[in-house]
Design a protein around this ligand. Structure first.
Ligand SMILES: *Cc1c(COP(=O)(O)O)cnc(C)c1O
Length: 238
């Protein structure tokens, strides 16, 4: 990983402004993932594979409303949650390294509804990972609960627990604090602060910017205001 935030010159920006969303993800990820870590062609293939189940042909679409207001449609992924986009890439990256290193991990996720189903879809059927999801009994929407409980895969384990999602996080946090236990079982999480998710989400903002600006020739470049709904601040960090 570079030690500083990469700087992009105006020629790069101009070239990128015509890129598709998946192309932008590939370019941005390659700024942070060296070819020694993942060769460029394999990185491209992993990202393409991550987006194969997205329902929109462009993966992400900017809808133009009135008065210069636009909506970036990030909901065309498998579970309809914006996090499908980054989560599916993270799933592919994980599988790549685990296969190469012949390792197995157990992913532990507490969810309010969205994260669980998105995480499940991003790694279902993968041999090197098991996922355990705790969902708050009776507090998810019916659709979300069905999204989680109807996935029949050997590596997917879903449990309903008493309490809300914050209360469910407590015992999960305890398991991660127990470093011997966490190391023994190769525990990991798939949450908003996972760096590879943030990295992929950087592309949302570049894509939206290029779609909204008419010219990149002005100095300084035109400003665009972006409103980001947030919870854990992951998408916002991008
Ligand atoms: C995941 C999720 C969030 C939190 O996302 P951050 O990137 O951590 O801010 C907020 N709202 C919805 C609907 C979500 O699915």
């Amino acid at each position: 990983m570079p030690e500083e935030i990469p700087l992009l010159d105006s020629n790069t920006l101009r070239a990128w402004s015509n890129f598709s969303y998946p192309q932008l993800v590939k370019e941005l990820c390659s700024l942070f993932i060296s070819p020694e870590l993942i060769p460029r062609q394999e990185l491209n293939d992993l990202i393409d594979r991550a987006f194969t189940r997205v329902r929109h042909k462009d993966v992400v679409h900017l809808s133009r409303l009135r008065n210069g207001l636009n909506v970036l449609e990030l909901w065309h992924g498998v579970t309809y949650a914006f996090k499908d986009l980054s989560m599916s890439c993270t799933g592919q990256f994980l599988q790549y390294f685990l296969k190469k290193r012949k390792k197995h991990i157990t992913i532990l996720v507490g969810t309010a509804g969205d994260t669980g189903s998105s995480a499940i879809e991003s790694i279902r059927g993968e041999k090197n990972m098991d996922i355990i999801v705790l969902l708050p009994k009776g507090l998810c929407s019916q659709m979300q609960e069905l999204q989680m409980t109807t996935v029949i895969e050997d590596n997917v384990h879903v449990f309903a627990a008493d309490g809300n999602s914050d209360e469910i996080d407590e015992p999960i946090k305890e398991l991660f604090t127990n470093t011997d236990f966490a190391r023994k079982h190769n525990l990991m999480s798939l949450n908003s602060i996972n760096w590879s998710r943030i990295m992929v989400q950087i592309a949302h903002h570049f894509y939206a910017y290029f779609q909204c600006t008419t010219s990149l020739d002005a100095t300084p470049l035109p400003a665009v205001e972006i409103v980001v709904p947030t919870g854990g601040g992951g998408n916002l960090t991008g």
